[in-house]
Design a protein around this ligand. Structure first.
Ligand code: NAP
Length: 421
C-alpha cells in the first residue's frame, strides 16, 4: 500500500499508542510502516518480512499479525515524488503517526540537499537515541578469541555533536569570520590562535539532550535487569563538551535514579566491591580506553551511553568483534516513536542479486518485536536464526569465512530460517 492510501480513520484502533512512561501500547494487529530501502534493500526486506510474519504466525497463531504499510524514501520516493523529494513529508508523518517503523538502507542522494537521509530522518523525527545491541551468535565467524563475552547495548546520542552539520570549508568567508572572533576571545586569555585559513566545525552538546539519552540508557538497564551503565566520553581533552556529558550523565543517575544506582567509587568504598542486587553501577570511561576495554574485558560492560561520534565508531567496532555489520541490528528511538533499521549501507554492487545477508534487518525486526513486547516472536526468530547458522546454511559473507558451510542466496537464507521456526 502506498503513502496516499492510508489516512483512513478506521485504522486508529491499530495505531500504536503510548503510556505515560513512553512505552508502546500495541493492538494485536498493529500497523507498522516499512521503507524497503535502496540497493540491496528490496532483497533483504523481502527475506526479513517473510521471517517476521512467519514468526508471528508461529508464536501467536491467528491471534496477532502485523499490518505492514509501505512508505517511500530514497530512490523509490524520487521515482514517485520527483528527484528533489527523497524524503517526502508523507513518509515522515506516517512514522510520527504510527510510532514504530522499520527500514532498509538508503542511498544518500548526491547533490540532493541532504548530507545523509539517515541523519535527516533521525534529526527531523528527533530520534535521539541510536540503540545498537551487540552480542554473539554461535557459529558466526568472529575475529576475536572470545566473541561470546560481548553482550552490550550501545546508546549513541543521535542529534548533536559534530553531526549537527555546522562546518565551513577552509578559506571561506564564514570560516574566516568565525575564526577571527574565536581568535580574539582566545588571545584575550592567552590561548591558542589558529590560522584563519583553517576549516572549522562546531561540536554542540547540551545538557537537555545528554539527560534524555542517559535517562533512556539507565531505564533500559533497569527494565532488562542489567548491572551497569558506562558513560563513554573524551572529557580529558574536550572538557566542556565531552567532560560535561560525563558530569550531566552522573547527574541524571543521581537525581533521577538515585535509589537504584551507585557509582563505581561507592561500589568499592561503601560495598567492598560487592554489587548489591538492586543497584546499577554507573561507570565512566575515556573513549580511547573503552576500545581496549571492549576487546579485553567486554564482560564488564552491559549498557554504554555516549555522544554521537564516539558511538558511531564504537558500535561498528563492537559489531565487528562479534562477526560484522551484516549481523548487527539497530534502532533509532525518540519519545513516542522508534525506527528500526539495518546498520549497513545499500551495498550497490550487490543490488538485485539476491545475494547478501538479511541478518541485520531480521535482527532489527527482533529488536522491534521486543520493543512491542512481542517477546515470544522475538525468541522464535532468534532460535531459528541460530539453528540455521549452526547448520552451516549461510549467505556468501559468512560462508567465505566458515569451513564446510553451504552458501545460499538471501531469499534462501530467509526460507531456511522460516523452515527452522
Ligand atoms: P555498505 O553498503 O555497508 O557496503 C560495504 C560492504 O559491506 C559491502 O560491499 C559488503 O562487503 C558488506 N555488506 C554490507 N551489507 C551487507 C549485507 N547485508 N550482507 C553482506 N555483506 C554486506 O557501505 P558503503 O558501500 O560504504 O555504502 C553504500 C551506500 O550506503 C552509500 O550511499 C551510503 O551513504 C549508504 N549507507 C546507508 C546506511 C543506512 O541506510 N543506514 C548506512 C551506511 C551507508 P563485501 O564487499 O566484502 O562483500
Amino acid at each position: 500500500m502506498k503513502n496516499a492510501e492510508y489516512s483512513d480513520a478506521d485504522d486508529a484502533a491499530n495505531t500504536i499508542r503510548w503510556d505515560d512512561n513512553q512505552r508502546p501500547v500495541v493492538s494485536d494487529f498493529p500497523i507498522i510502516p516499512f521503507i524497503e530501502g535502496d540497493g540491496i534493500g528490496p532483497d533483504i526486506w523481502k527475506a526479513t518480512q517473510s521471517v517476521l510474519d512467519a514468526a508471528v504466525q508461529k508464536a501467536f497463531r491467528e491471534k496477532r499479525r502485523i499490518s505492514w504499510r509501505e512508505i517511500l524514501a530514497g530512490e523509490k520516493a524520487q521515482e514517485h515524488y520527483g528527484v528533489k523529494n527523497p524524503l517526502p513529508k508523507e513518509t515522515l508523518s506516517a512514522i510520527s503517526r504510527y510510532g514504530v517503523a522499520i527500514k532498509g538502507p538508503l542511498t544518500t542522494p548526491v547533490g540532493g540537499g541532504f548530507r545523509s537521509l539517515n541523519v535527516a530522518l533521525r534529526q527531523i523525527l528527533d530520534l535521539y537515541a541510536c540503540v545498537r545491541p551487540v552480542c554473539y551468535l554461535e557459529g558466526v565467524p568472529a575475529p576475536v578469541t572470545h566473541p561470546e563475552r560481548v553482550d552490550v547495548v550501545i546508546f549513541r546520542e543521535n542529534t548533536e555533536d559534530v553531526y549537527a552539520g555546522l562546518e565551513w570549508p577552509a578559506g571561506s568567508s564564514e570560516a574566516r569570520e568565525i575564526l577571527t572572533s574565536v581568535n580574539a576571545k582566545s588571545e584575550a586569555v592567552g590561548g591558542t590562535v589558529v590560522s584563519l585559513e583553517s576549516a572549522v566545525g562546531i561540536k554542540p552538546m547540551s545538557k537537555a539532550n545528554t539527560d534524555r539519552l542517559v535517562t533512556k540508557a539507565i531505564q533500559y538497564a533497569l527494565d532488562h535487569h542489567l548491572g551497569s551503565v558506562t558513560l563513554v566520553h573524551k572529557g580529558n581533552i574536550m572538557k566542556y563538551t565531552e567532560g560535561a556529558f560525563r558530569d550531566w550523565g552522573y547527574g541524571v543517575a543521581r537525581e533521577e535514579f538515585g535509589d537504584v544506582t551507585l557509582t563505581e567509587a561507592d561500589l568499592y568504598e561503601k560495598h567492598g566491591g560487592h554489587q548489591p542486587d538492586d543497584r546499577i553501577v554507573i561507570k565512566d570511561r575515556i573513549a580511547d580506553a573503552m576500545f581496549q576495554q571492549l576487546l579485553l574485558r567486554p564482560e564488564e560492560y552491559d549498557v554504554i551511553a555516549t555522544p554521537n561520534l564516539n558511538g558511531d565508531y564504537l558500535s561498528d567496532a563492537a559489531a565487528a568483534q562479534v562477526g560484522g555489520l551484516g549481523m548487527a541490528p539497530g534502532a533509532n528511538i525518540g519519545d513516542r516513536r522508534a525506527l528500526f533499521e539495518a546498520t549497513h549501507g545499500t551495498a550497490p554492487k550487490y543490488a538485485g542479486q539476491d545475494k547478501v545477508n538479511p541478518g541485520s534487518l531480521i535482527l532489527s525486526g527482533v529488536e522491534m518485536f521486543r520493543f512491542l513486547g512481542w517477546d515470544e516472536a522475538a525468541e522464535t526468530v532468534m532460535s531459528a536464526l541460530k539453528k540455521t547458522i549452526s547448520q552451516g546454511t549461510v549467505t556468501y559473507d559468512l560462508a567465505r569465512q566458515m569451513e564446510g558451510a553451504t552458501e545460499v542466496r538471501c531469499s534462501e537464507f530467509g526460507a531456511a530460517i522460516v523452515g527452522n521456526l
